[in-house]
Every structure is written in structure tokens, then in C-alpha cells.
Design a protein around this ligand. Sequence first.
Ligand code: FAD
Ligand code: NAD
Length: 482
Amino acid sequence: MASNYDVVVIGSGPAGYVAAIRAAQLGFSTACVEKWLNKEGKTVFGGTCLNVGCIPSKALLDSSHKYLEAQHHFDLHGITTGKVGIDVPAMIARKDKVVAQLTGGVSGLFAGNKVTGIGGTATVTGPNSVKVVDHDGKEEVLEAKHIIIAAGSVPIDIPPTPVDQDTIVDSTGALEFTAVPKRLGVIGAGVIGLELGSVWARLGSEVTVLEAMEGFLPATDRQVAKEAQKLFTKQGLDIKLGARVTGSKIEGKGAKKTVTVNFTDAEGEKTQTFDKLIVAVGRRPFTQGLVADSVGLEVDERGFVKVNDQCATSVPSIFAVGDAVRGPMLAHKGSEEGVMVVERLAGKQTQVNYALVPSVIYTHPEIAWVGKNEEELSAAGVEYNVGVFPFAASGRALAANDADGFVKLIADKTTDRILGCHIIGASAADLLQQIVIAMEFSASAEDIGLTMFSHPALSEAVHEAALAANGHAIHIGNRKRR
Ligand code: FAD
Ligand code: NAD
């Protein structure tokens, strides 16, 4: 006999679990199906983000940053230590503990909100039916008024470097190294390549990043990308642009295994040998075989479920959210889509403002941006003012010995409305959020300039960048005064 629900969510990543909890809060009987098993073989909720994505990568970024600080910067503060070491298994165990705490937290939230969490693999067999096969092969049919697909994404493989999760790993394998690789290769200078490359570089790996594109971080503001490339190079990342990987060969046995990578760049054919290689060339939607053909769900040529701005699909009872649909593959974007879908089912008019999805790269310094950059505005023929404030002029940044980077705020030349903000610096993600909120309220640079900021705080750099956009920052020389 089938179980009946108002809403069945497939996938419990940040898109799915948030949709399920909000649906239950709104009074819908809700089930969330998840196939992920943890290292102990138990169903865990939380998806890529909590298990092998946002959270574990940030745990390792934080551990490795502390190690670097202790090793190189404590002495500046007058702190003496003995020889600083790194116990990689202990660092990985701490990361696993954080993951377990948070995935357990989702189970607790499901219980508290009366979401039925179901372990198993779901297939959409009809506009209102989902078949679930659990890990013992037992089948169950769920009937649902509404189905939400939140099946997420998986890493992309490339033929020259097949992942074996030992010598050649994807992002998941790169969170599990048991020792610091002496020579680490990374394919892809994107978000994952830079974040995980930084983790292992801080712990002592010689890191080479092979990036196919000629430009560094092409979607990022040029001034920010230039500063980032300079700082990452200084930190020891050897970033090779325009490098096309053509093949690889694993040699040796056990701990002595190495991988030799062939690539071509502007200078011709090259080879380089690594102890570990991370492949981080993007992710693809995890939708293959998820929906029976008879359902008639439209999927694009790359596997993304086709949706409109409200995440409705070609089948009226089915919605799709998160990495499984168009747009940036970001946890917060998926969560907001999940909330929008169920709130609209409850008769609310919720929308997602796709123009204001914040992006962050959690290196040190962090890189964070929202809205338009100068290149996009120039291409669109929009006239703008720019205010830039360097952290080197921030008292708080200097007090913390953490003064790399700057805040750049862009405002419309005529209306002064903020059009974009681009930050490279410590705590850039948190600083940016102030401008995301301001932009949601259509604030002008003057509005930020007239707001009082605590002193001394890093956010004063945001204040000063807004003042600088109108030519009257206090703590730097101004290009023009008004
Ligand atoms: P997912 O989190 O991928 O969850 C989908 C879930 O659906 C999975 O648990 C999967 O098992 C399940 N599923 C799929 N098919 C079925 C099926 N047929 N039956 C049952 N269950 C199914 N984003 C950020 O915003 N900030 C970050 O700092 C960040 N860091 C990242 C670091 C790394 C290393 C990686 C890999 C990603 C990172 N991301 C980050 C991206 C982020 O993880 C994703 O954008 C986010 O997890 C997408 O959420 P989702 O719910 O759409 O999908
Ligand atoms: P990405 O798209 O950020 O970067 C992939 C990089 O690999 C690109 O620069 C691309 O040009 C390069 N590339 C592609 N094919 C290549 C090849 N054959 N040889 C060399 N280089 C090649 O993808 P990612 O870093 O794998 O991350 C996947 C997704 O996960 C991203 O969309 C991102 O949004 C999300 N993510 C977000 C965060 C965050 O928000 N901080 C962190 C990690 C991951």
C-alpha cells in the first residue's frame, strides 16, 4: 500500500532539507528521501554540502589556517610556541565530528518538524508517484500531491585523469587524505581547486594548479582576480593558466604511488609528477535515471531539470531546486529556492532574487562579491562610480595583522544606487552580507555612507568604500572631492 504525502522531497541537501522543513512548518505532510550513507553505512541527511562540501571543506580551511598562523605569524604577536606540527588524522577526525554533528542536527530538525525522513533511492514514476528502494532492496511507493526534486550534483570526470579516489581524487577524496602529499596537483583553478589547494598548501604541500582557461577567475571582478592571483602565488600556489591536460599515468605501489600528468600550455607539451592529484573541473546535475521517461519531465542537454523562475518544471505537480537546476551551484541559492517553492504551494508570493546571489571563495583572504562588476557594467553601457578602500588603511585589519585586499563598491553614476560589491580580504563573506542586505533594500552608496559603523571593525572598510564612491572617504586620499 502506498503512503500519501502532500510533499515528497527527493534529496536532503541544503535545497531539499530546507524545503522539507519549511513545507512541514506550513502544515504540509512531508517526506524527504535520501540515499546518502555515512562511513558507518547509515542514512544521513544534509547532502553534498554537509557531508562532502561546504562544511568539511571549511573545517579543513579553518584547521589549516590556524596551523599556518601558529607556524608563521604567532611570533609577530610575541607568542612563542614549541615546534608546531600537524596531525592529519586528528584534523580529519575533527572535520568528521563537525559533519556528524550537523547531519545529526538535520535528523533532529526533521523529527522536531515532523518531516518523515526516508533512507533509500527515489525514482519519480508518475506525476504524483515516487518509488523508493531502500538499502536492503525493499520497495515502497509514495503518493504525493507535489514532488520536489533536489537531487543535487556530483563532480565532473575528465577522461585524461580518471578518479580512483586514491592517487587521483575528486573533491570528496581531497577531504580524506591521511597525510600531507609532498607534491599535489590540482586540475581546475575554480572554487574547489583554490579552497582545497590552499588547505594542503598551508599544511606543506607543493601545489601546482593546472587551469585550462587563459584568464584567472574569469567571472570575478578583474581587480579582485589580479590581487587574488598575486596573493595566492605568494602563498605558494603555482597556478598555470592555459594548461590543457591530455593524459596521466599512475606508477609505483602503496604510499609510493605517483601520478605523472601530461599537459600542453603556451610553451608546448609538458609533464609533471605528483603524489596526489585533485580533479576539480566543475560539477554536473545528478539527475540521470531519476525520472521515468513516461513522466515527460523536460531536462536540458547537460541534465539540468528545466525550470522557470519559480522552479516549476514542465510537469505541474513537480518542482526542482538547487544544483539540479540552472544557476550557480551554491547551497544558499538552493535553500532559498526550496523555501520559495513550498511557500508558493501555500499561497504566498515568495520570489528568489537571482540578481543578488552572493558568491564567496573561502581562501585566505576570502573573496566575496554580489551584483555587477565593472566589466559587466561597461559592457552594458551603464555609467558608474567606484569606491575602493584597502584593508591596509583599516585600523582593525592592521591590529589583527591581516590587512591584505580591499573593498570595492560600485554605484550608479546618476542615481547612486549600489550596483555591486567586490571584496578580497579577511571575513569578506560576512562583510559582503551588509551590502547584500543594502542592495535588497535598493540602498544608495550615500545610505551606507550615512550609516554609523562600529570602530574599530573591519566593516568600516565597507563604510569607507561607500564614501569613496562619492569621492569623500576619510581615511584614504580621494580621487575627487564633493
Ligand atoms: P546536494 O547537496 O548535492 O544534495 C542532493 C542530495 O540528493 C544528496 O544527498 C543525494 O544523495 C540525494 N539524492 C540524489 N538523487 C537521489 C535519489 N534518486 N534518491 C534519493 N536521494 C537522492 N556551496 C556554498 O554555497 N558554499 C560553500 O562553501 C560550498 N563549498 C563546497 C565545497 C565543496 C568541496 C563542494 C563539492 C561543494 C561546495 N558547495 C558550496 C556547493 C554546495 O555543496 C552545493 O551547491 C549544494 O550542496 C547543493 O545543494 P542541493 O541540495 O541542491 O544538492
Ligand atoms: P568551478 O566551475 O568553480 O571551477 C572549475 C575550473 O576548472 C574552471 O576554472 C574551469 O575553467 C577549469 N577546468 C574545466 N575543465 C578543465 C580541464 N579539463 N583542465 C583544466 N581546467 C579545467 O568548479 P569547481 O571548483 O569544481 O566547483 C564546483 C561547484 O561547486 C562550483 O559551481 C561552485 O559553485 C561550487 N562550490 C562553491 C564553493 C563556495 O561557494 N565557496 C566552494 C566549492 C564549490
